[in-house]
Design a protein around this ligand. Structure first.
Ligand code: SF4
Ligand code: SF4
Length: 447
């Protein structure tokens, strides 16, 4: 706990101007930094400044928060130490305004990687957010990762329905259950929905495709069975073009793990483009006893053309981190299973699927947080250290988006439009506080 405090607010003398009002956004964490909770008066002091003043105050306030954190390691060092954090924007989430703002906030909070849809406009939004964050605080650049699939996969689907077919007296449980505010109806419009960064934020009826990330929670709640799921597979040629760009550093391939034929087809179609990457991740569900043999099979497919580091994303309970404490159990159990396995192939291990603010505690209870193993045991490619962490780190998706998303919705309801979050310093500081409370406990490094 003391180390967490050091990461977040090691110097107790934080200017009152750096403080933000948590009263506007419910605190979802354990308030390890409760002493820094500001007042509404302080929030007004920020908001009432002139624009240029706001910018100066913002830069100074953000730097004050970050000056009190430990120095950031490079993404590779983080993997080796076991304090790697990845933000998952969502393989199908394509709201470029939210993605830009999320990328900005989590870059400031110190994530090592930002994982997003394999789409040029989404990649552009991520990079814009990163550069805006670096403009504010001059931090190192996190890696940008695109996510693709080799076959049907829950992460690569969209819900759809025709709102004209919905009975007028339906209580719209679909709208209430959607964690992404991706379902809206005219006259009861969801705040802040938009289609592109240039277009006005005009909600439409039904599923806002760009915001739907395929969690599937709306499907079973419709009493009239009106909602369909549409699955898709990312095109390999378009993916190869994307990863040849110099603003994409990593790629993640989602696979079912049931057989390697489709993985092999995708890998062959990507050709030499994969040599441009620094990291290649494979995301797979827990296949029980067959998991290790599946990983070895996939590794043997990749090996001849693998010139980067590789990582195994242990997808415990897909897209569920925002649900609550219990959601992370399956990702922890997956990590425990892999930690015991003797014949696992080379590559870093990273948790995902159900990860949230409780994941670190679960890893600690199992003795897996920053537990070092001899380098030779997993043969990390070109590792410069003599040892590395057994579990490289954690990826946060739905939970990370939820805690910062609340601030984004609040900003949009107050100010409307598609404003960059840095134009609203009080909201940026609120969002950063939320992000730091999630990222900080992982970033603590216990050598
Ligand atoms: S699948 Fe999930 S994100 Fe998409 S509309 Fe349904 S509930 Fe919302
Ligand atoms: S629950 Fe079904 S019928 Fe009701 S509004 Fe949603 S999609 Fe339409």
């Amino acid at each position: 706990m003391a180390a967490v405090m050091r990461y977040l607010f090691s110097t107790p003398k934080i200017s009152t101007k750096t403080l933000i009002s948590s009263s506007l956004v419910p605190d979802s964490h354990n308030n390890t930094h409760e002493a820094a909770i500001p007042t509404k008066v302080q929030l007004r002091n920020i908001s009432s400044s002139s624009n240029s003043n706001n910018k100066c105050v913002l830069h100074s306030n953000v730097k004050s928060l970050l000056d009190n954190t430990v120095g950031l390691s490079t993404p590779l060092e983080s993997l080796q130490r076991g304090n790697w954090v990845k933000l998952i924007c969502g393989a199908s989430f394509e709201d470029v305004v939210d993605i830009r703002n999320l990328s900005l906030v989590y870059t400031l909070a110190g994530v090592d990687c930002i994982d997003c849809a394999a789409d040029a406009s989404v990649v552009r939004a991520v990079n814009e957010g990163i550069e805006a964050a670096r403009d504010i605080a001059g931090l190192r650049r996190p890696w940008v990762m695109i996510s693709v699939n080799d076959d049907e996969d829950l992460h690569f689907r969209k819900a759809e329905f025709d709102p004209e077919d919905c009975p007028a007296d339906c209580s719209r449980p679909c709208e209430n259950v959607c964690p992404a505010n991706a379902i809206s109806f005219q006259g009861k419009a969801t705040v802040g929905i938009l289609y592109t960064s240039e277009a006005p934020r005009v909600p439409k009826d039904g599923v806002v495709t760009e915001r739907c990330y395929g969690c599937g929670r709306c499907l079973p709640v419709c009493p009239y069975d009106k909602i369909r799921e549409v699955t898709y597979v990312r095109d390999a040629i378009a993916t190869a073009d994307l990863i040849r760009r110099n603003d994409v550093d990593a790629m993640e391939i989602h696979t079912s793990g049931r057989q390697s034929t489709l993985f092999k087809e995708l890998w062959c179609a990507l050709g030499d483009s994969v040599r441009n990457l620094r990291l290649i991740a494979v995301s797979l569900p827990n296949g029980g006893d067959s998991t290790i043999s599946c990983m070895n099979e996939i590794y043997s497919v990749m090996k001849p053309n693998l010139q980067s580091f590789n990582l195994w994303q242990l997808d415990g309970r897909p897209m569920s981190g925002d649900i609550g404490r219990g959601a992370t159990k399956e990702s922890i159990a997956f990590a425990v299973q892999l930690a015991k396995a003797k014949e696992r192939p080379p590559g870093f291990l990273q948790l995902a699927g159900g990860t949230n603010a409780h994941t670190i505690d679960g890893l600690k209870k199992e003795g897996l947080f920053q537990t070092s193993v001899a380098n030779g045991e997993t043969s990390i490619l070109s590792s410069s250290t003599s040892s590395h962490a057994l579990i490289g780190g954690i990826a946060y998706g739905g939970y990370a988006r939820k805690i910062v998303g609340r601030v984004l919705r609040s900003m949009q309801s107050q100010h409307g439009g598609a404003a960059p979050i840095e134009d609203h310093p009080a909201h940026l500081l609120m969002a950063l506080r939320e992000a730091l409370a999630l990222v900080g406990p992982v970033k603590v490094f216990n050598p």
